[in-house]
Design a binder for this molecule. Structure first.
Ligand SMILES: Cc1cc2nc3c(=O)[nH]c(=O)nc-3n(C[C@H](O)[C@H](O)[C@H](O)COP(=O)(O)OP(=O)(O)OC[C@H]3O[C@@H](n4cnc5c(N)ncnc54)[C@H](O)[C@@H]3O)c2cc1C
Length: 411
């Protein structure tokens, strides 16, 4: 059986199925007692795993239908973001935002509320207008806006069924320039994070939680130029990689070189390995109203975090309406960590971070590593019980249950 991208999860499935038609996929689902769907395998948790049959959509027929009047695209769920972005750009269209890497699938992206940065940018899932879902008995269910079940089903990590196609809102294509500003002082982050993140369409702060802090500023060229003179930073004198000391060859162009949205908003270029490869990741989100306290709490953990950290990123995310999304009902500050590939060394640090951020109802990224269980997490999601009911109704025999689903929603 294959491993995930990071190599920390060896899938426990007995069998990998790669149907080439929707009918075949529906037969597989109807006739299999336990299964789960795999995207591009870029999650760090066991969220895509199963002890039964793993299903990949990579061989399903292509779906790419633009509706210019509605401002939407209907796309095959297994398509990679890079492919979708380049096809949309060819039609003069864009997604509202991109995560740091374009290597992942559309369905994998929305199923875990994968996100980029930007005060006005929700997770990629917030562009969803409808989904086509193959449910446990093999039937096809289309959920559209206005059907409350859509809000439960978009961020559902394969626990409700297999999404085969997604309708996404698109926007006119736009151009972006990216600059790295170094020498960011902690006092600026503690006291003026709102002003800092408001500087441009997408702003990320990279830090080691100890000494170094830089702001990666991605400006739409139709927006005013940012002014960071008040923040005491200086512009980097060459291209940078988020992990200090690594060549920036794998990164999208910086130094203010203007380019297409999909070639600037992700940090990493599709033709190269994103990040470092030998790593683990976690990410935790708190309401922006508690940004300053949460930043200070994590900074205090800097000496604990430092020895197992490769780099950390801080981003902003606009709220969405999805029941299990970290962004449900709240503008979020997202704390991402790229760890050394040593689970045993990282786990105690996760527990400390989760305890430090607990006063602000911290929510984890479902595709990354976290420690909390349902007793801690359920009260932090208003619609947790509704999701459990929706899951039980659509999958009464627990076909799509796996270790991760059982952990969050015990029988
Ligand atoms: C280097 C690197 C950088 C990253 N950067 C970011 C980032 O910037 N922002 C961020 O938020 N995350 C980031 N991530 C995490 C990553 O985006 C998520 O884990 C994402 O879910 C991975 O997508 P995937 O296609 O690989 O899905 P997988 O990891 O294969 O699956 C993820 C979940 O989606 C479900 N799923 C997949 N396909 C379907 C389907 N057709 N129907 C129903 N469910 C489905 C799976 O069952 C599983 O539960 C990063 C990961 C890596 C490795």
């Amino acid at each position: 059986m294959p491993k995930n991208w990071a190599g920390n999860v060896v899938f426990s499935a007995e069998h990998l199925e790669t149907p080439t038609s929707l009918e075949w996929l529906r037969d597989v689902v109807a006739g299999t007692a336990r299964l789960h769907v795999l995207g591009a395998g870029h999650s760090f948790s066991r969220i895509a795993d199963t002890t039964g049959t793993l299903v990949s959509l990579r061989d399903l027929p292509d779906v790419f239908d633009v509706d210019t009047e509605a401002g939407t695209v209907r796309v095959g769920a297994g398509m990679r973001l890079a492919e979708l972005a380049s096809r949309l750009h060819g039609r003069g269209l864009a997604l509202h935002n991109m995560p740091s890497l374009p290597h992942i699938t559309i369905a994998g992206t929305i199923a875990t509320a994968t996100h980029g940065s930007g005060d006005t940018n929700g997770p990629l899932a917030s562009a969803v207008r409808s989904i086509d879902l193959v449910t446990a008995d093999g039937s096809l269910l289309t959920l559209t806006e206005g059907d409350e079940r859509l809000e439960g089903a978009v961020v559902s990590f394969g626990a409700l069924g297999i999404v085969t196609a997604v309708e996404l809102a698109v926007v006119p294509a736009f151009e972006v320039e990216q600059r790295v500003h170094e020498g960011l002082d902690w006092s600026v982050l503690f006291d003026h994070s709102a002003e800092l993140f408001a500087q441009a369409y997408s702003v990320s702060v990279f830090t080691d939680w100890q000494d170094s802090c830089s702001a990666w500023v991605k400006r739409r060229v139709d927006d005013p130029a940012p002014d960071l003179s008040w923040a005491g930073t200086h512009e980097a004198d060459g291209p940078r990689h988020p992990i200090p000391g690594i060549s920036a060859e794998h990164c999208t162009p910086q130094l203010g070189e203007v380019g297409a949205w999909h070639e600037r908003l992700p940090h990493f270029r599709p033709e190269f390995t994103p990040s470092v490869g030998a790593e683990l990741q976690s990410e935790y989100m708190v309401p922006r109203s508690h940004a300053s306290e949460a930043l200070r709490a994590l900074r205090e953990l800097g000496p604990l975090i430092g020895p197992v950290l490769q780099t950390a990123e801080i981003r902003t995310v606009a709220p969405d309406q999805y029941w299990l999304s970290f962004a449900h009902g709240r503008p979020s500050l997202a704390f991402h960590f790229t760890w050394v590939p040593d689970t045993a060394a990282v786990r105690p640090v996760l527990a400390r971070i989760e305890a430090a951020l607990a006063p602000w109802s911290v929510r984890p990224h479902w595709g990354k590593l976290f420690e909390a269980g349902p007793d801690v997490l359920a009260p932090r999601y208003e619609r947790w019980a509704d999701f459990a009911s929706l899951r039980d109704g659509l999958d009464p025999d627990g076909k799509f249950r796996n270790e991760a689903v059982d952990r969050l929603f015990p029988r």
